[in-house]
Design a protein around this ligand. Structure first.
Ligand code: SF4
Ligand code: SF4
Length: 357
């Protein structure tokens, strides 16, 4: 035993304050007002009279060394070397010298990055990490983002929506992501296929059994080896058993689809935070441009833009007009799968707060 107790090494995020632009640091908590002189540009004025301009732009989201060097060179030249990422993965450069704002915008645009994403626009789509550093994706979330943002370029660079639109994507059905005005999530439609030869060596069977939210997995002996079996009538195709047991393969080129959800938000401005609701299921997961998912998102955005009142988020809009009217306006088919019948969820779902590995 060591003589002195060992303390955990804190390795969480560093203090963000050290990375703030000096004008922001100096005026922290003492801002008077702010305005948007044009889409993608914010001007904050402090009580001290100091001003700072922020230029926001979209990126392809997964940045390689070439893009990072290019953007950091622009930041060094025009933005005093300060870079900021927003929660939607927009990049922002801040500058206190008004004369540098227009040349900085020109340099960013010349490098191929659109300025926008502020106010009532479709800001950058946030997505989960997918193939880059996760082991369970069922699709390439960053590819969906790039394809969709190419289609929504006009809605990013202009402020023509009733309120801000947060779109999210996720690359599996169970883990990261969050509530979005529009969310594009993976939807598995078949139970996992088990490779019984690998289960005994690769999986801790009790952990896998405990993972299933509907108790559809049982231990079983197959060909004389310990393995698992699935009650396919119970399985809801969530994919939760795949991370602890990769031989329970659920990703499938044909049967892993996309589902589109509408009306979620985290903020409690003007109305409470809301869960998004399913509006389209079984949408083809069709790389590299995902045209079917893009067409549905554009239809929903167009209906929202035309019908919502100023300041209504998509959830507020649908709450006001009602879901039947939403389906009329968007002409999306309404099926029995859209009906929220989770009355027994508290009893049947594995809803304890214990974390299982
Ligand atoms: S959504 Fe799923 S697959 Fe994608 S990064 Fe998160 S946990 Fe991994
Ligand atoms: S996919 Fe989900 S519901 Fe089906 S067996 Fe695996 S954990 Fe259970």
């Amino acid at each position: 035993m060591a003589d002195t107790p060992q303390y955990p090494i804190e390795s969480g995020c560093p203090d963000g304050f050290q990375y703030l632009h000096p004008v922001m640091k100096k005026n922290y908590g003492n801002w008077d007002y702010h305005e948007r002189p044009r889409p993608g540009v914010l001007r904050h004025v402090a009580k001290s009279g100091d001003e700072i301009w922020t230029v926001r732009f979209g990126t392809q989201r997964q940045l390689g060394p070439y893009e990072i060097n290019l953007l950091c060179d622009i930041a060094d030249k025009y933005a005093d070397g300060y870079v900021h990422f927003t929660i939607r993965s927009n990049m922002e450069f801040c500058v206190s010298d008004k004369e540098k704002v227009e040349p900085m915008i020109a340099a960013i645009e010349e490098a191929g990055y659109p300025i926008g994403g502020t106010g009532p626009s479709v800001t950058m789509i946030s997505h989960t990490q997918g193939w880059l550093h996760c082991d369970i994706p069922g699709t390439d979330a960053s590819g969906v983002v790039k394809a969709l943002m190419d289609e929504l370029h006009e809605d990013f660079t202009n402020e023509k929506m009733p309120n801000r639109v947060h779109i999210t994507t996720s690359c599996c059905q169970i883990n990261c992501g969050g509530q979005g005005d529009i969310a594009i999530n993976v939807q598995h439609t078949k139970p996992p296929k088990i490779n019984h030869d690998l289960v005994a060596n690769a999986c801790e069977r009790p952990s896998v059994v405990a993972r299933c939210p509907v108790a559809a997995i049982r231990p079983a002996m197959v060909n004389g080896q310990p393995s698992l079996e699935i009650d396919e009538k119970k399985c809801i195709c969530c994919g939760a058993c795949f991370p602890p047991c990769p031989p329970m393969q659920i990703n499938d080129a044909e049967y892993s689809k996309l589902a589109i959800w509408v009306g979620g938000k985290h903020s409690n401005a003007r109305s409470k935070p809301m869960f998004h609701k399913l509006v389209a299921a079984g949408v083809p997961n069709n790389p590299p441009r995902w045209p079917e998912a893009a067409a549905i998102v554009k239809t929903i955005l167009e209906a929202y833009r035309k019908d919502a009142l100023d300041w209504e988020r998509t959830g507020d809009w649908v709450e006001r007009i009602g879901w039947p009217r939403f389906f009329e306006l968007t002409e999306l088919p309404f099926t029995k799968f859209h009906i929220d019948n989770w009355k027994g969820a508290r009893n049947s779902l594995n809803a304890s707060t214990h974390i299982r590995f």
